[in-house]
Design a protein around this ligand. Structure first.
Ligand SMILES: Cc1cc2nc3c(=O)[nH]c(=O)nc-3n(C[C@H](O)[C@H](O)[C@H](O)COP(=O)(O)OP(=O)(O)OC[C@H]3O[C@@H](n4cnc5c(N)ncnc54)[C@H](O)[C@@H]3O)c2cc1C
Length: 359
């Protein structure tokens, strides 16, 4: 069976890797430019799974699948690629500002316990003993989620691609897919300057925002909207907090991600109505973060960047379903703010769909 995957961001890379474990497939992955050049390049790689409020349905199923798969995937990829994949396993600390929220978190804590995960609710004193950098007087405590994770999005994507190639996937870089054949016609792609047959038995659309031009609006109503995000990399004179405990810290949707060697990522803004980064939003992000962690103000900004998240309009994120009019084309896109996290769960759903097609 000939399979085409379109897009080598984190989603396409994860899909290619998981499909490469199935027998009898000839898989080609087409990337318009370089791997991870889309939304993936801008991401912070934070996984908010156990700490999310999703406890059932598809939202939790995808989250749990990603969390579980990561544990088996890392040794697998390290064996295949011979490289160490760095994962922050110190968990995630979510600062709390409203004492009334405690009961809601306690309920989630009980639910997670039943599901086999742990969450801790910390008083302000406990928080400061573990994370003395969180000095904002308005902070009343924190939720600690030891099983949430953070990965470097580009390194993760590259490892998945390397693993997929080692298992036989053909990767075509700088090879944009210009269009899909018309509904009802033999399933084919318009490709330029590639010596490969353009006909496939199934196509997986993992192109993030680049999926929009491939959809004929009359056939499927899906539209992906860009939601801009900006972030910063900061270097400090000294490590923030305890050197041996460097979890991701999250406060009011702002992540502080430790990278080691006194460097941190800080982000991200959410700017839906524009594709042009607004410097005032970045300044506001920085100032707010310095209120949460005053020692951050001593830091030096090494770089700032922005990216566009693919957000589906009128459907929940992510979109994993057949493209209307094309029973053998699967959409795996629209991951909005959680694509790095949900890539593995998505890839497993794509694998299940393909297996059902092959049966
Ligand atoms: C500032 C910021 C911070 C973020 N932080 C996090 C975070 O902490 N955790 C998290 O989980 N998520 C985060 N995200 C969201 C995350 O980046 C996305 O959800 C995720 O990267 C989507 O991955 P993707 O592979 O689906 O899409 P993309 O990364 O956009 O990849 C799509 C790829 O397809 C290629 N492509 C498109 N069209 C074609 C075509 N026609 N032919 C061939 N190739 C094509 C593109 O070149 C691109 O490489 C963040 C996003 C931003 C902007």
């Amino acid at each position: 069976m000939r399979i085409a995957i379109i897009g080598a961001g984190v989603t396409g890379a994860a899909v290619a890797y998981e499909l490469s474990a199935l027998g009898g497939l000839d898989i080609s992955l087409f990337e318009a430019g370089e791997p991870g050049q889309g939304s993936t390049r801008a991401a912070l790689g934070v996984w908010m799974g156990v700490v999310s409020q999703k406890t059932g349905g598809r939202g939790w199923r995808l989250r749990r699948a990603s969390l579980e798969r990561l544990e088996t995937l890392v040794p697998e990829l390290e064996r295949l690629t011979g490289k160490t994949l760095s994962v922050n396993r110190q968990g995630l600390v979510l600062l709390q500002f409203d004492p009334q929220e405690e009961e809601r978190w306690r309920q989630l804590q009980r639910r997670r316990q039943d599901q086999g995960y742990s969450l801790e609710y910390w008083s302000r004193e406990t928080l400061l003993s573990h994370c003395p950098q969180a000095q904002d007087p308005q902070v009343v405590g924190a939720v600690y989620s030891p099983q949430d994770r953070q990965v470097n999005p580009l390194a993760f994507t590259q490892a998945l691609l390397q693993g997929a190639e080692a298992r036989g996937v053909k990767l075509y870089l700088k090879t944009p897919v210009l269009s899909l054949s018309k509904p009802g016609a033999p399933l084919g792609l318009t490709l330029e300057d590639v010596n490969v047959s353009p006909y496939f038995d199934a196509v997986i659309l993992c192109g993030g925002l680049g999926v929009n031009p491939l959809i004929v609006p009359a056939a499927d109503p899906l539209r992906l909207r860009p939601v801009l995000g900006q972030a910063l990399e900061i270097e400090l004179e000294r490590t923030l907090g305890l050197p041996d405990f460097q979890p991701v810290l999250t406060a009011q949707d702002i992540h502080l991600v430790p990278l080691g060697e006194r460097r941190y990522w800080l982000g991200a803004t959410v700017e839906p109505e524009t594709e042009d980064p607004d410097p005032t939003s970045l300044t506001a992000l920085w100032e707010r973060a310095c209120e949460f962690y005053p020692a951050l103000a001593q830091g030096r900004i090494l770089r700032a960047w922005s990216g566009l998240r693919p957000r589906p309009a009128g459907e929940s994120a992510p979109v994993i379903r057949p493209l209307q009019g094309y029973p053998r084309v699967l959409l795996a896109t629209g991951h909005y703010r959680n694509g790095v996290f949900l890539a593995l769960g998505t890839a497993l759903e794509v694998r299940d769909w393909l297996e059902s097609q092959m049966a």
